[in-house]
Design a protein around this ligand. Structure first.
Ligand SMILES: Cc1cc2nc3c(=O)[nH]c(=O)nc-3n(C[C@H](O)[C@H](O)[C@H](O)COP(=O)(O)OP(=O)(O)OC[C@H]3O[C@@H](n4cnc5c(N)ncnc54)[C@H](O)[C@@H]3O)c2cc1C
Ligand code: SF4
Length: 523
């Protein structure tokens, strides 16, 4: 570590945003400090144990947040080097081109972004290369134009998923392969780093074959002598110069002691909820509503997608090992019956009886949890929730995070479930049972291992939105704070709207974009 604690760039948080940015800045030779509150995920057999991960929530923080009524929330999030990407399903989607414009929804409007899809496109391409995305262009009916093919071929379907894909195609739909950041080489299974296992989505990869921010960004960045990582470094507060126009000190609590660091540029990337909390904690005379918050938007417009796990039970078993290979976007922007966006259908990793015992599953009559796990197709549905200023992160008097959220645009999600139901009922491919093979759909409690759906904050975004107008946004289009010249934010907070595909690739691509701006500035 530099003796004087003075750096060119300090990045707070090492996940999809911060880790990717560290990678982008590392070759510059500038002195870069990465502060991460967590440690490395311990490598142990429990990484791949569904009971430890999904039932005992071994890797979740023992931290209590509150909902708007003051009830405790135990957040389904992860504080480690690599952030939540250590646990993600590595489904790496681009937002659709239309998601960057204003879109009319059943429940209101999804606002336009201050940058266009075309501005982000080169960075999506770079992010797909960096995160080794395996996919197939031209198959997803809503995909935006791309300047290059995916760097690796799509991950194949196993037979049950291939059967479903054939069935969906016979019904006129366009199922396609999920773009995935896993290091699978199907042609050379003996040397492939990834072994295609059943504990990927929601689990850390014990053998470092998942393209997460630690493995593909932080570890390579640390090969550069100018990059320093400090773990166990909880950033409590940011202090400013007397004018209030620049962050002058980063105050860290580490091993119970207070430490201070200075950076010419300070980048906040703690995840949408913790980044908002950090800025709100950093109140001062010059920033009485929280740092960079003259607009009063910091913490507001929280979004997290309307997500659900829906089990489709069939009489035929589903012996799939790696299930997250198929997705359907035919209903993303709506259809003839419902002319509003509905969202995205895809899969979670294969659920087993142990995982199903977490939360409160609706048990199908005559089925045990084990049997359900052996026969279910475990869909993951994502619909867009709309930015609402009342959905927000605040701090209570004890300094705890309060997450106030009222779901909206729910009709989109309900229609999407109905569509899935209709499609599943029309399946024909089963030679043993025909139409009768499909027993029905069973909604699972939204987030595994949690009884409180709000605690599932996997797709958190939107709390420090970017925009052109300093009255209605906290960041400018380059993700610099309107109010503070040397402060940037590169995690999921900057989203003014959330689209309905998984957010990580957009966060990574944006971090690379902002990285270019910071490099220009440092030059
Ligand atoms: C189980 C699961 C599955 C998922 N699957 C997918 C998927 O398939 N596809 C997809 O696109 N997305 C997926 N996601 C979401 C994806 O992981 C997140 O969108 C992404 O990681 C968010 O990036 P971020 O940079 O905003 O925050 P994070 O990746 O959460 O990084 C924030 C970092 O900041 C650190 N930090 C927080 N507060 C402080 C502080 N005060 N001081 C210092 N450090 C701090 C945290 O420890 C963390 O390392 C999934 C998430 C989960 C939990
Ligand atoms: S081996 Fe492959 S499938 Fe298993 S956790 Fe690692 S990346 Fe995921």
């Amino acid at each position: 570590m530099a003796s004087n604690n003075q750096y060119d760039v300090i990045i707070i948080g090492s996940g999809a945003g911060g880790g990717t940015l560290a990678y982008a800045l590392a070759p510059s030779g500038k002195r870069i400090l990465l502060l991460e509150r967590g440690d490395y995920v311990p490598r142990e057999k429990d990484n791949w144990d569904t009971r430890a991960v999904n039932v005992e929530a071994k890797y979740h923080p023992k931290e209590t947040w509150r909902d708007k009524d003051g009830k405790p929330l135990h957040p389904h999030t992860n504080y480690y080097v690599g952030g939540n990407t250590k646990f993600y399903g590595a489904a790496l989607f681009r937002l659709r081109r239309e998601d960057f414009g204003e879109l009319r929804h059943h429940g209101g409007f999804s606002p336009a972004w201050p940058i266009s899809y075309d501005e982000l496109e080169p960075y999506y391409t770079r992010a797909e290369e960096l995160y080794q995305v395996h996919g197939q262009r031209g198959a997803d009916p809503t995909e935006p134009p791309a300047s290059k093919p995916y760097p690796f071929p799509a991950v194949s379907h196993e037979p049950r998923i291939q059967q479903l894909s054939d069935d969906l195609k016979a019904l006129g739909l366009k199922p396609f392969h999920v773009p995935l950041g896993i290091m699978l080489d199907e042609k050379n299974p003996r040397t492939s780093r990834c072994i295609r296992c059943n504990t990927c989505d929601g689990h850390p990869c014990l053998i470092y074959a998942k393209a997460d921010a630690q493995v593909v960004c932080v570890d390579p960045a640390l090969q550069h002598p100018n990059v320093t990582l400090v773990t166990g470094a909880y950033v409590e507060r940011l202090e400013t110069s007397p004018t209030g126009r620049e962050v002058s000190k980063v105050i860290v609590k580490r091993n119970g002691a207070r430490e201070e660091f200075q950076g010419n540029v300070v980048v906040v990337s703690c995840g949408a909820i913790n980044s908002a909390a950090l800025l709100l904690r950093s109140v001062s005379d010059k920033h009485p509503r929280g740092l960079a918050n003259s607009s009063d938007v910091v913490g507001r417009f929280y979004m997290g997608h309307t997500n659900g796990v829906v089990l489709a039970l069939s009489k035929c078993p589903n012996p799939t090992v790696f299930q997250k290979t198929l997705a359907v976007n035919d209903f993303y922007f709506g259809d003839k019956e419902f002319n509003f966006p509905m969202g995205h259908i895809s899969f979670v990793g294969k659920l087993d009886g142990v995982t199903l015992s977490a939360g409160a599953p609706a048990i199908a009559p005559g089925w045990t949890l084990d049997l359900m796990g052996k026969h279910s197709l475990d869909f993951w549905l994502t619909s867009e929730d709309l930015p609402d200023s009342a959905n927000r992160v605040t701090l209570n008097r004890d300094g705890e995070i309060v997450l106030s959220y009222t779901p909206n645009n729910l009709e989109a999600y309900n229609r999407l479930v109905k569509k899935l139901e209709q499609v599943m009922q029309r399946q024909t491919k089963c030679s043993a049972h025909g139409h009768d093979c499909h027993v029905g759909l069973f909604a699972r409690n939204l987030f595994l291992g949690q009884r409180i759906p709000l605690a599932g904050v996997a797709h958190q975004n939107g709390t420090i939105r970017f925009g052109r107008d300093p009255k209605t946004s906290a960041l400018d289009p380059d993700c610099t704070a309107h109010d503070v010249d040397n402060l940037y934010v590169v995690d999921g907070s900057f989203f003014p709207s959330s689209g309905a595909v998984n957010p990580a690739l957009t966060i990574m691509a944006n971090a690379l974009r902002v990285g270019d701006r910071i490099l220009e500035r440092l030059r």
